[in-house]
Structures are given as structure tokens and as C-alpha cells.
Design a binder for this molecule. Structure first.
Ligand SMILES: [Cu+2]
Length: 320
């Protein structure tokens, strides 16, 4: 009972279901799931029916009276022919679908995504746009996510859009899909990769092609001027502190690459790949003591005066 309840809790609306497909590839995969489910029900009904029947008939007719030959025939049919047909159907459909999922689409949008410990580095191929943990994509256009890692194996999975694809060091895997409906889709690392594997979430933000193009142009030319006096002060502190050695903010002297690019940090939903909501209070705690939010995180605690912390928060939240 308890374990069933725990399993069902996994079906709550908060976690996305692969059966609630919003992309062409995910729809095909969900289709296979339903086919296998239907076949499984069929097999169950037949087997349970045979067992019931044999119990009823066995009571009436004692052993020895049934014909040996018809028994043998049923064994061949149920034990070999039936399973071979079922497995063949599944095999053909699976091979066909896998081939279709791998087929390159026309004029794809390419995005390079690297699995880091424990966050996602995002680069739009052929542009100067770098970001992290949120991937903006247009609907209706083939997408190619090119996956790499320079650390351990991760797995890129957005259940509502496509299947899982491993992110393997020394190899580039390409995941292809098309998003059919605008929306915000949650993704998650699906291969255990260390202490903070669970906090390695990301989001796909799918918009109509027009809105996406606008996003792309805006982000190719980010606003460089800090929005307020405090934010301007924050920029100075950020560049003076260790932050700039690990983080890039385009258009400034901060060019570090060990941590996520923060050029559009203010527009992100979360801090630390889903470890905390992106609010000023959480950000303040994060920049002075990130391990208290995400234990084991590769960003060290940093001692800052209250005024410095406040100005950095104002600065980072103003970067959209
Ligand atoms: Cu992981």
C-alpha cells in the first residue's frame, strides 16, 4: 500500500508526464507506450482467461481424458506463436520509430548544450549567445540539441518533448525534436551524476517563431548599462570579486567560464538548476553561501559586506 501510494505520488501534476506529449518525437514515443500497454492488456486477458477456464474444466474432467494432441497444439500456439507475433509487432514499430526519431529535419535550429556538475551550459550555434539552464526554442521548427560533457555522463531529458539522450564525455550526441505547442517544459538530468544530480533541472521555453526571433536578437545584443545606481555598484563589485573569474557577463570584463554565463540571469526561473527559486532573498543567500542551498556545489562560499551583497543582487536581477 505504502509503496503504491509513493509510486502514485510520482504522477502528480507537478512533474511532467511523457504521456502528455507536446512535441512530435514525444508523441511517437507515447504512441509506442500505448501500443505496448494495449498488447500487455491483451496478453493478460488471454492468460487470465485460460487459467480460469482450465480451473473450471479441470474440476469437471479429471486428468487423462483431454486429448494429448490438442494440448500440444495449444502449447505451441500460446507458448511460441503468440509471443513471437507480439514481440515482432513491437520490434518493427520500435525500429521504425527509432529510425524516424534520428532523421535530420530541414533547416534545424542548432543548440550546443553541455552537461556540467551540476548545471547545463547552453550555446546557440553560430551566435554569441550563451546562457544556462533555460533553453529558448521556437515551435514548429526542427531542433537539434548537440550534447557534450567534459566531466561525467549526464542525460538530457524533457519528457514532454523527446526521449532521453545520454551526454557522454568525448562524444557528441544529437537529440532531434520539434516542439508543437508554446509553453514551459521542465527537463531533468536523467543519469545519476553525483551529489547534486537531483538539482540538475532545466527548462525549455518554447515560443512562436516571431517571439523566438525577437528573443534571439535581444540576446545577441544584451543591455550593457546597469539599470540603477545600486546595480552599477554591483557590477563594479562583481568584477572586483572572485565572481568574474568564474562567470561571464557579456559586455563586461567578467569572462570566467567555470560557472554559468550570467548575462541574462535576471530572466531565469531558478538559481542553481532548480535548487532554489530566483528571488532576491535566495540570491543573496546563494552568492554568500551557495553550499547552504546546494550542498557540494562547485561555487565556494564568498564573504561579502552587506552593502556589496545587496548591490550584486540588484545587479544580477537586472540582467534580463
Ligand atoms: Cu545527473
Amino acid at each position: 500500500m505504502v509503496s503504491t501510494a509513493a509510486l502514485l505520488a510520482g504522477c502528480s501534476h507537478k512533474s511532467p508526464s511523457m504521456l502528455d506529449a507536446k512535441g512530435s518525437e514525444a508523441s511517437r514515443i507515447a504512441g509506442i507506450w500505448w501500443l505496448m500497454f494495449a498488447l500487455a492488456i491483451g496478453v493478460y486477458v488471454v492468460v487470465a482467461g485460460c487459467i480460469t477456464l482450465s480451473i473450471l474444466r479441470g474440476r469437471r474432467r479429471r486428468a487423462g481424458t483431454a486429448s494429448r494432441r490438442s494440448e500440444g497444439l495449444w502449447l505451441w500456439l500460446g507458448g511460441l506463436v503468440g509471443p513471437v507475433i507480439v514481440l515482432l509487432v513491437i520490434a518493427v514499430v520500435t525500429v521504425q520509430t527509432t529510425a524516424a526519431l534520428r532523421k535530420p529535419g530541414r533547416d534545424p535550429l542548432r543548440v550546443d548544450v553541455a552537461g556540467e556538475d551540476w548545471w547545463w551550459r547552453v550555446h546557440y550555434t553560430g551566435t554569441s549567445i550563451d546562457t544556462a539552464n533555460e533553453i529558448h526554442l521556437p515551435t514548429g521548427r526542427p531542433i537539434e540539441i548537440r550534447l557534450t560533457s567534459d566531466n561525467v555522463v549526464h542525460s538530457f531529458w524533457v519528457p514532454q518533448l523527446a526521449g532521453k539522450m545520454d551526454v557522454i564525455p568525448g562524444q557528441r550526441n544529437t537529440l532531434r525534436f520539434t516542439v508543437n505547442k508554446p509553453g514551459v517544459y521542465r527537463g531533468q538530468c536523467a543519469e545519476f551524476c553525483g551529489l547534486q544530480h537531483a538539482n540538475m533541472a532545466f527548462w525549455v521555453i518554447a515560443e512562436s517563431p516571431g517571439l523566438f526571433e525577437r528573443w534571439l536578437t535581444d540576446h545577441a545584443n544584451p543591455t550593457l548599462e546597469p539599470a540603477s545606481e545600486t546595480a552599477a555598484q554591483g557590477q563594479v563589485v562583481f568584477q572586483r570579486q572572485a565572481c568574474a573569474g568564474c562567470h561571464t557577463i557579456r559586455g563586461t570584463t567578467a569572462r570566467g567560464t567555470r560557472g554559468p554565463d550570467l548575462t541574462d540571469f535576471g530572466s531565469r526561473r531558478s538559481i542553481g538548476s532548480g535548487a532554489a527559486d530566483n528571488t532576491p532573498a535566495n540570491l543573496r543567500q546563494w552568492i554568500t553561501d551557495a553550499p547552504s542551498i546546494k550542498p557540494g556545489v562547485l561555487m565556494p562560499p564568498i564573504t561579502l559586506s552587506g552593502a556589496d551583497a545587496r548591490s550584486i543582487v540588484a545587479y544580477l536581477e537586472s540582467l534580463k
